[in-house]
Design a protein around this ligand. Structure first.
Ligand SMILES: NC(=O)c1ccc[n+]([C@@H]2O[C@H](COP(=O)([O-])OP(=O)(O)OC[C@H]3O[C@@H](n4cnc5c(N)ncnc54)[C@H](OP(=O)(O)O)[C@@H]3O)[C@@H](O)[C@H]2O)c1
Length: 319
């Protein structure tokens, strides 16, 4: 049973999702949370990970550390995406098992499902067809992690769950010009155009792929909910039901910032999977639903972006 005194190791506490989990654990008054920076512990180092986990003796683990990025990063750094992710998850999951950890949350992603998957995507569609080529190494690593958890559950009687969130955004997101995900990239582009007095933004591909978006704190909420919850299934989709095309998201952000720019399309850039909306009924049946509206999450994300990346925030009209 997970209580406020359970010793919880959170891997990846500096990342967008990891930092949201840390905020949530603290706000819910969990008292024994362990985390360590990448400088002090590279999770690709098997011996070091084993030593650290043996030292802190966690009773539960949340694995939010991973090599993560948008379509360009996934396509360009394929070797790192597969090697880093396989290493991190093998080390953390196996060391947790060896240290006697019974409860663990592994973060997968909606990218693990096939490129042309039946929609909305149910958990059972995993491995039912080919993957999207641009993120195949990342997806294969994640699928290996999911299978590792399932296999350990079956062979060793553990309770290791894989949560599959859709595209996420929020506080501490990555706004890198080329390596970020589409939504933070759109926020940055609209704000850049405002700052530089441009009357347009350019978006990658044809803007027509449909994407589901969830606010990072909702994923954090799901991690804690499912860490505590007894479930028969170990793969659980974590979606919000908020689905739009990339063009519609661009207009949503522009409306929010009270501008109306033209959209130019960089048609040579990749589109990725045409649609990936999760069927999150399993999570719902267990009692979990996402709570944050796109309007609420976007407001927080924009303020966070401005606070960290832009000094001239007075130029903008924020509530
Ligand atoms: N972002 C999304 O849209 C999304 C959607 C679905 C699922 N997910 C999943 O959610 C999890 C977290 O994603 P995120 O968006 O929060 O990513 P993120 O912001 O990039 O955070 C990843 C974290 O992992 C740490 N990390 C990476 N390599 C490491 C290493 N070798 N040793 C130690 N720490 C390492 C990073 O440390 P540093 O801070 O030191 O770099 C960072 O804290 C991932 O498993 C991802 O697949 C994310």
């Amino acid at each position: 049973m997970i209580t406020k005194n359970t010793r919880i190791f959170l891997a990846g506490h500096n990342g967008m999702v990891g930092s949201a989990i840390l905020r949530k654990l603290k706000s819910k008054n969990y008292k024994k949370i362990f985390y360590i920076s990448r400088k002090k512990l590279d999770l690709r180092d098997q011996n070091a990970v084993r030593k650290y986990i043996n030292k802190i003796k966690p009773q539960a683990v949340i694995l939010a550390a991973a090599k993560v990025g948008g379509i360009h990063a996934n396509n360009k750094y394929k070797a790192e995406f597969i090697y880093d992710n396989l290493s991190i998850q093998n080390n953390v999951i196996n060391s947790s098992y060896l240290a006697g950890v019974k409860n663990l949350i592994f973060l997968g992603s909606s990218c693990v499902y096939p490129k042309y998957c039946k929609q909305p995507i149910k958990e059972e569609y995993l491995l039912s067809n080919y993957l999207e080529k641009t993120n195949e190494p990342y997806a294969i690593a994640k699928i290996a992690g999911i299978n590792l958890c399932q296999s350990y559950n079956e062979q060793y009687g553990l309770n290791y769950k894989s949560l599959m969130p859709c595209n996420a955004y929020g506080i501490n997101d990555n706004y890198d010009e080329t390596n970020s995900h589409f939504f933070p990239a759109l926020i940055r582009k609209v704000i850049d155009s405002i700052q530089k007095n441009k009357n347009y933004i350019s978006i990658w591909g044809n803007g027509r792929p449909l994407r589901e978006l969830i606010y990072c704190d909702d994923i954090a909420d799901a991690c804690i909910f499912f860490l505590k919850k007894k479930t028969n299934k170990s793969i659980i989709n974590i979606g919000s039901g908020i689905e739009k095309t990339i063009i519609e998201y661009a207009y949503f952000i522009m409306r929010h910032l009270k501008v109306n720019f033209k959209i130019k399309f960089e048609k040579k850039k990749l589109n990725g999977t045409p649609r990936k909306i999760l069927d999150s009924n399993l999570a719902k049946n267990y009692g979990w639903v996402s709570k944050t509206t796109l309007e609420q999450g976007l407001s927080i994300a924009i303020n966070d972006y401005l606070k960290k990346h832009i000094i001239e925030r007075d130029k903008f009209n924020f509530k």
